[in-house]
Structure formats: C-alpha cells, structure tokens
Design a protein around this ligand. Structure first.
Ligand code: ADP
Ligand code: ZN
Ligand code: ZN
Length: 735
C-alpha cells in the first residue's frame, strides 16, 4: 500500500510550526505555494502549502483532510517560498504570519487570484453611433464610447473605467438606456502590456554616472552595490539607465523606496523615461488595487514594480535587478508584528536569485558602509551634484551668544531676511509637531501628562487640544491648572508655534507648514510639497517630512532649529541619525546660480560632533562613529536582538523576560551578552508596562541558535498569555 501524501501547511497563527493535513478529497497532492482551506480548531483557515511529502508525527488516521484547494496554480514559486522560510528563520517569527504578511489582504482572506469583476462593453448599436455628432451634444458620452470602442468586445472592468474616467457612471446612464452599452460579469483577465508608451531620453550621463553604470554592468549575477551619492548627484539617472538594460533583456525590476519617497513624481519619471507602466505597491492602496498590482507582478506582466517595504515579498518570476533607494531610511524596517528589514531581505533575495542589487543613499547606514569596507559590497561614489549646483555651506549659530527670545535666533532671522530679499526660499526644520511639547502651570509647576503613558502631552493650538504622541490620547486644551487652578502656559516650540513666530517676524512672507498634522492624508502631503516645490511659499516650516523625495529648486537657506536633542541621545545610533537628518534636509538647498546656506542652531557649538560634521560632512561622522562602535562593540561589529514585553502588570512584563534571561544563561557558552531585563525607557505606554531584554552576540550562528531555542521556550510559557512579547532581530530602535 502506498503512503498518502501529507501536506505541510503554514497557518496564520502565532506558532512557529507547520501543520500536517491530508490533501482535499479528490486530490492526490497539492503543490507547494498553493493555498488550501483547512479545518483548524473550530474554524476554517486559509493556509499555504509549504511542502508535500511522506511522513508525519501523527498517525495517518488522526490527520485531518483539507477542505478545498484554493488555487489552480501555485501562487508562489520555490524561490518565493525560500524567502518566506528564510524570513521566518532569521527573524524568529512564525512562518504562517510571514506568509500572511507576504500576501495581499484579499488572498490572505481566501479570495481568488482572478476575482469575478463587473465589465462594461460597447454594443453593435453603440459601435454604429456617429461619434462626431455625439461629441457636439454630449462630449463626455462620446469620450466614454470612444474608450470602449478602443477596448473592443471584451470591454473594460468598472474599476478600470473609474481610473480612466472617474465620473463615467453619469455619462453611462443614458448610453445604457439607448442600448449603446451592456454590462456583464466575468472573471478578471490578465492585463495587456503596453510596450509602446512614449518615452523620452534623459540627460547624457556625466563621467561619474557613466562609470557607476559600467561597474554595475561589469558584474552580472549577484553583487551588492552602494551608490553613495550626495543629494542631486544623479543617482536616479543611474538607476534609470540600469533599469532600461534589464527591461530590454525582458526581465523585471523591483524598486523599494521609503514610505514618503513613493511620490507621483517618481512614478511619473519612471513611466516617462522607461516607457512602461510601473506596478505600484504601497499601504495606501485599496485591497482590490493591491491585488491587481500584485497579480501583474506575479504573472510577469508588470515589468517594473515600485513599492514600499512589503513589496520585497512580491513574486517576480523574471526578476533581474533590485534597487533600494534611500537605504538608510527607517521606514524600510517594519517595527511591529513581523519586524523585518526590507533592505536586508532584498539583499538575501538578490543573492538567492543571483542578480545585482543597488542600494542608494546620500547618507548610507554604518552597516552598509562596513559591508563596503569588508569587501562584501562595492561602493560607488557620486561626489558632486549633477546639475552643476554647488553644495550648500554649513554653519553653526551659537545660541548661547546670540540674542533670541524664541526659537529663532537673530543670526538665523537675519539670514532669512537676506535670502528672502534675494528671492530665495527658506526651509526651517524642527522635528517636533504641535505647538509646544509641554504645558506647565505657572504657579505650581505641574506638567500635563498622559494618563496612559509615561510621557507629556503635546499642546496643539490649531485644534485646541492636548495630544499624546505615543498612544494618540487627546483632551481639550485646559485653560487652568488641573492641580491648583492657576494659569498654564506652553513651554518650548513645535512646528505650529514656529509657524506663528515666523509669521509674526516676516509678515509679508507666505509660510507653509508641512507635517503630519498640517497635511493629514497622503494626497494632501503631495499637494503641499508640490506647491512648495513650485516655489509658491517663501518659507517652509516642517518636520522630517520635508527631507525626503522632494527637491525645492528655489530653496537657498535651510535653518535647523533645534538639533541638540540628538547630541546627547542614549542610543548608540544617535550621532549617525542626527547627521543623516541634517544632511538630508540640507540636500534640499542650493541651485545652480546661488550658493545655498545651512544654519544650525545649537547651545553646544564646541561639541566634537559639530566639528566633524562641519569639517568633514557625513563621511567624517560615519568614519568616526564606526571607529567608536568597533571600540565599544556595537553593531555592525556585533549583532543585537531585543526581546520586548508589555503587560497590564509590571511584574508580568519583567518576570517574563527574567525567564528568558535565565533560559539564555542556562545554555552552553559562546560569546553572548544578555543585558536586562529592564523597564523600557518609556515604562508605560497606552496603559501597558513595557520591559526589554537586549541580547548581544559576536557570532551570528550562536545568536540565532539561542534565539530559536528561546522562541520555543517562550511560546510554551504559561505567562505568555498575559504578556505581549516579540523578538526584534537587528533592532534599529532600542526601546
Ligand atoms: P539624486 O537621485 O541623486 O538626488 P537625480 O537623478 O534626481 O539625483 O538628479 C538630480 C537633478 O540633476 C535632476 O534634475 C536631474 O535631471 C539632473 N541630472 C542628473 N544627471 C544629470 C546629467 N548627467 N546631466 C544633467 N543633469 C542631470
Ligand atoms: Zn498648578
Ligand atoms: Zn499616551
């Protein structure tokens, strides 16, 4: 008698194991990469087959049978599954949850890859219409008919129509009545590829760009490159040339960008220059559009996929190159649930697929620079701006010696005056939104705090509220102290207050504030940034949001309002981070004819950090920080993992991690340092007490063996039911 085939499936539950099932009735087996519906406890679950073979820990008669097979063809290839397995093993995260993170929501929920769509098509009556005559009377109807005439008998899906003509339904009504159009339902069909979009050539590459392109071309197969180029050095032009090569060879390209870097401008530039329609994947898409883009990638129809971090999992059967733009950006790391670095997984993916990967940044991470130093990655420098613009000069403003009664020192205000007078645009960078970070009582000194977090409430003047930036709690702005009834006043500055100060100081100027409060939605940010780019505001006031993706051609002066927060940070990455954010904002300034200026306000002008940054720029700060990290044995010279816990009772959070520490201590040696458990820097957040345990290892293999055994132990621990916990491998925030 032959043994039955047993399917090993991944189920979206927080358990680090696969589950065994018999194939559904009528199926001898189901290939890996296919979804099945399985009975799981008292529910039905969508699961992904990872393996089909013989043997199970359970006797065959105890095994349950899958209810159904959900895909005719596997959704994921062997290479895709390999990446999921790697992700699960490296980040010590349940493979079922990894699979869930990799699939679009509709597929995760068991919906078909090719859903039933509603279509509209032209009828013979419609085709016989005199379009010119109709265009005279009802131009919108004529336009709709023309599109459907072009589409032929298959018609267009309603969603597609909505994209082309948002108000098509209004014009369609009378066309249906006249019998010119018909409606039907049908299964979604593969998109047709438009190979012939018009494309325009870019500027001829300069010597640095040309040599960058040639160095990448010289290494087919896996190789990792760092394109280390100052803002405006023409990195994007280099990407475009490299992408064109790969597309011409009939292969696909994946471009990963930070959340805020994925702008309509970038997508438009890709489309216009390459003549292909990029499939775009980001968290703001509707489920249907996300599935559509994913399917086009998976079917090999989309040649170019551009997306934010989770796009790293997109199946791409013909993948020929990966590009990670702004590789230093934190949004490439997912900070909750499955905590992964899209950049690092992209490198693994490129290695598996034996293709090149290009990481680009003006401020590369020390991890990436160290890979270059060690010879793992090839560093390619683009040291000068391509358009001929000169880099801005950076200067410090000593707050101790210059008169200022608010956030704006006299030297900075004078420089603003000068630049505005010369028709330059000014950008003021303050990484703190709201009106003021603190509300204090002028009599008793009481400070308004969040009731659910160990943190202060931020004053928001525009909507007259106190808001907690950590848990989202909010309350109306009080007019008197809750303790003694005396007058309260805001202390310190956020972007709202800075906006007021600037308006008062420069009454004739148009001021535009750009932060997540002023802009709210994705589209609104875009509109505000585009207006800023076009130069219709004289002074821009904003947070980090101003420092990415956009170039402001009129901008000649950047003022950094308060950089000192970053000087004394407790995180070993503080210096790297501060330098990155200053250099990124500074990069927005300067045009061909006018030298840009960057003024940095500080109360500590003698701090060695400033000397390094002013004299040597980012490369000097990076070099010195790397030396310090080697000295003090921080990454990239060692590896870290952070185990976090959160619970309603502080004891539970700490005890849980104490068991983790004991477990690690009881294991055979091998260099591993366990620090903690300790309360998290913000011990209480959103009503939960938080603690953490830092594990530092010099040997990756040893560290990962210990983490695997730790994960198994913690999953089985009874206390885990009262504690939210996670393992963060290669954490970038140490709290
Ligand atoms: P980065 O991506 O490094 O910030 P971009 O590729 O966006 O730089 O280029 C910055 C600006 O310089 C763009 O306006 C671009 O059109 C222009 N540029 C890039 N390369 C060249 C070149 N070789 N000759 C002329 N202009 C160029
Ligand atoms: Zn008081
Ligand atoms: Zn709070």
């Amino acid at each position: 008698m032959t043994e039955p085939t047993i399917l090993k499936v991944a189920v979206n539950v927080p358990l680090s194991r696969l589950f065994d099932y018999l194939p559904p009735a009528g199926h001898a087996s189901v290939p890996a990469g296919t979804r099945v519906l399985v009975p799981f406890g008292r529910r039905k679950q969508v699961a992904l087959v990872l393996d089909a073979g013989q043997g199970s820990d359970l006797p065959t008669e105890k095994l349950k049978r899958c209810d159904a097979r959900l895909d005719d063809e596997p959704l994921l290839s062997a290479a895709d599954l390999e990446l999921l397995r790697f992700t699960s093993a490296y980040y010590h995260h349940p493979v079922g949850e990894v699979a869930a993170a990799a699939l679009p929501a509709l597929l995760r929920a068991g919906k078909p890859l090719w859903p039933i769509d509603r279509y509209v098509a032209i009828t013979p009556t419609g085709a016989a219409t005199d379009l010119e005559a109709l265009a005279q009377k009802a131009p919108r109807q004529a336009e709709l008919l023309q599109h459907l005439l072009d589409a032929g008998g298959g018609g267009l899906a309603e969603d597609e129509l909505t994209e082309i003509l948002p108000n098509w339904r209004r014009s369609a009504k009378s066309l249906f009545e006249k019998g010119c159009l018909e409606r039907f339902e049908a299964q979604a069909r593969p998109d047709t590829v438009d190979h012939d979009l018009p494309s325009t050539a870019g500027p001829p590459l300069n010597d640095d760009q040309q040599s960058a392109v040639e160095r990448v071309r010289a290494q087919p197969g896996f190789a990792a490159f760092l394109l280390d180029g100052v803002t405006g050095s023409g990195k994007t032009e280099v990407y475009l040339t490299l992408i064109a090569d790969v597309l011409a060879a009939g292969r696909q390209v994946l471009i990963l960008v930070p959340e805020i870097g994925l702008t309509p401008q970038l997508v438009g530039r890709l489309r216009v220059r390459l003549g292909v329609e990029p499939a775009v994947l980001h968290s703001g898409l509707s489920d249907a559009r996300r599935l559509h883009a994913w399917r086009n990638a998976q079917q090999g129809i989309a040649q170019l996929v551009v997306g934010t971090r989770s796009a790293v999992f997109t199946p791409l059967p013909q993948l020929g190159m990966i590009i990670v733009d702004e590789e230093h950006d934190h949004s490439l790391k997912q900070q909750e649930g499955l905590r992964y670095s899209a950049r690092d997984l992209a490198i693994v993916r490129a290695r598996n697929a034996d293709i090149p990967i290009v990481l680009g940044s003006a401020t590369p991470t020390l991890e990436t620079l160290q890979h270059c130093n060690a010879g793992n990655f090839t560093r390619i420098a683009l040291p000068v701006r391509a358009g001929g613009a000169t880099p801005p000069v950076m200067k410090l403003v000593d707050l101790g010696r210059s008169a200022s009664n608010d956030a704006l020192s006299e030297p900075l205000a004078a420089a603003m005056e000068k630049h505005l007078h010369a028709d330059g645009q000014v950008l003021l960078f303050l990484n703190r939104r709201g009106f003021a970070p603190t509300l204090i009582c002028s009599q008793c000194g009481h400070i308004a705090e969040c009731t659910r977090c160990d943190s202060r409430m931020t004053v928001h003047a525009r909507d007259r509220a106190l808001r907690c930036h950590h848990c989202g709690a909010h309350a109306p702005l009080p007019s008197a102290c809750s303790e003694c009834g005396s007058e309260v006043r805001p202390l310190g500055e956020g972007t709202e207050r800075l906006e007021d100060i600037v308006n008062a100081r420069f009454p004739g100027a148009i001021v535009q504030r750009i932060d997540s409060d002023s802009t709210g939605q994705r589209g609104a940010i875009e509109a505000a940034l585009t207006r800023a780019e076009e130069g219709s505001a004289n002074i821009l006031v904003g947070t980090q949001m101003l420092s990415k993706g956009h170039h402001f051609p009129q901008l000649t002066l950047v003022g950094i309002i308060n950089a000192d927060q970053g000087l004394f940070g407790t995180d070993f990455r503080s210096a790297e981070r501060l330098a990155q954010s200053i250099i990124q904002v500074a990069g927005r300034a300067g045009r061909e004819s006018v030298q840009g200026e960057v003024l940095i306000q500080t109360a500590y002008p003698a701090h060695p950090f400033w000397q390094s940054l002013i004299d040597g720029g980012y490369p000097r700060v990076a070099e010195e920080s790397l030396a310090e990290r080697q000295e003090s044995r921080w990454p990239p010279f060692t590896r870290l993992a952070l185990v976090r816990s959160a619970a309603h009772r502080q004891d539970d959070a700490l005890n849980f991690l104490q068991r983790a520490a004991d477990h690690l201590a009881g294991q055979p040696s091998g260099y591993l340092r366990v620090l903690g458990p300790v309360n998290a820097p913000m011990a209480r957040k959103a009503g939960r007490y938080r603690a953490q345990l830092l594990i530092q290892g010099s040997d990756r293999k040893v560290l990962h063996e210990r983490l695997a055994s730790l994960r198994a132990m913690l999953e089985a621990d009874a206390l885990a039911r009262r504690v939210r916990w996670s393992i963060d491998v290669d954490p970038i925030e140490l709290f």
